[in-house]
Design a protein around this ligand. Structure first.
Ligand code: ATP
Ligand code: MN
Ligand code: MN
Length: 301
């Protein structure tokens, strides 16, 4: 059985050998980055991204004409991807099986980029064992008007409450407006157990501090609060993967961050695809050593 995530690859694949067409096509009109820039970002970041992205069912946000034009969220193969974008059959509610996508190397990532992919979203389980989740995510979605400092405080609250339950967690900037708190788990419990734990955790937090947190989706109840989106933790749900680019203004990326570093960060979209060298340096500096790794199980009840 897989333990999660996989250990980082030591070296990037030599010459990924994926032809990127229309390298000069502008994908991010506000900031000017092209399809070639995006492909170069992914080729560079792949060794850091793959430990979290490989062998996991993925959904893609594709924007073939750039983020200002039509984008779509894609779960299944529509043809044309190439041999490094693999299929994994997953049982649907009606009992039939559908092929989902997974990748396992830099070629797979780049073949998706060639097809207009900007964002990579992943399931909370591995393609080798889709019925057994291997990470829980609390997605902090702040209402408009809240500061990033409020989000940081919320993430720290979640971390502390998880620690009270004996669980180690890690922070990620979403590249959008909020943060994700990620709890790696040794696979072994069902999706139902997983979702139930996440829901009860979020509800407990919102009951303890109802002025700051809400655990229900209803927009009306969110005013001035942070929605603790625990729904990332149901079977079939996805969340943005570490180091994925976002189809948002400025070409931001989702970035793993240490609890110590957060106070120096300006916002959830503080890093963009232009910052690949800085992202690699941070990883090499050891500031992120062990990020996303823990052998732990959900506590009972
Ligand atoms: P932010 O910090 O701005 O909230 P986020 O990535 O957490 O960024 P959310 O809107 O909170 O964004 O999360 C939406 C999640 O729902 C995505 O991470 C994605 O995996 C999932 N999702 C499901 N269906 C779709 C869809 N059609 N389009 C985009 N995302 C989808
Ligand atoms: Mn969110
Ligand atoms: Mn959300």
């Amino acid at each position: 059985r897989d333990v999660t995530p996989e250990k980082p690859a030591a070296l990037p694949d030599a010459e990924p050998d994926v032809e990127i067409s229309n390298r000069d096509r502008v994908i991010f009109p506000d900031s000017g980055q092209t399809k070639g820039d995006l492909a170069d970002y992914y080729a560079e970041i792949a060794p850091l991204m793959l430990p979290f992205a490989a062998k996991r069912p993925v959904s893609l946000v594709r924007c073939p004409q750039g983020r200002a034009k039509k984008c779509f969220f894609q779960k299944h193969d529509s043809g044309g991807f190439g041999d490094a974008v693999h299929h994994v059959p997953i049982t649907e509610k009606d009992g039939g099986a559908e092929d989902y996508l997974y990748i396992e190397d830099v070629r797979g990532i780049l073949q998706c980029v060639q097809m207009g992919t900007i964002e990579f979203h992943g399931w909370g389980s591995r393609s080798t064992d889709v019925e057994l989740p291997d990470r829980m995510i609390f997605d902090l979605d702040p209402d408009e008007g809240l500061d990033f400092a409020d989000v940081v405080r919320g993430a720290r609250d979640i971390k502390d409450r998880l620690a009270d339950l004996g669980l180690t967690s890690f922070a990620m900037l979403s590249g959008g407006k909020g943060m994700h708190v990620v709890v790696p788990l040794t696979p072994g419990h069902s999706w139902d157990t997983h979702k139930d734990f996440a829901r009860r955790f979020a509800e407990a937090l919102s009951q303890a501090e109802p002025e700051r947190y809400v655990a229900t989706m209803s927009k009306a109840k969110r005013k001035g609060k942070i929605f603790i989106d625990w729904l990332r933790n149901q079977r079939g749900a996805t969340a943005i993967l570490p180091y994925s680019a976002r189809s948002r203004s400025g070409a931001p990326v989702a970035v793993p961050i240490s609890w110590d570093e957060i106070k120096e960060v300006g916002g959830a979209n503080a890093f963009s695809i232009d910052d690949v060298a800085a992202l690699q340096e941070r990883a090499q500096s050891g500031a992120l050593a062990g990020w996303g790794y823990a052998e732990q199980e959900l506590p009972d009840a």
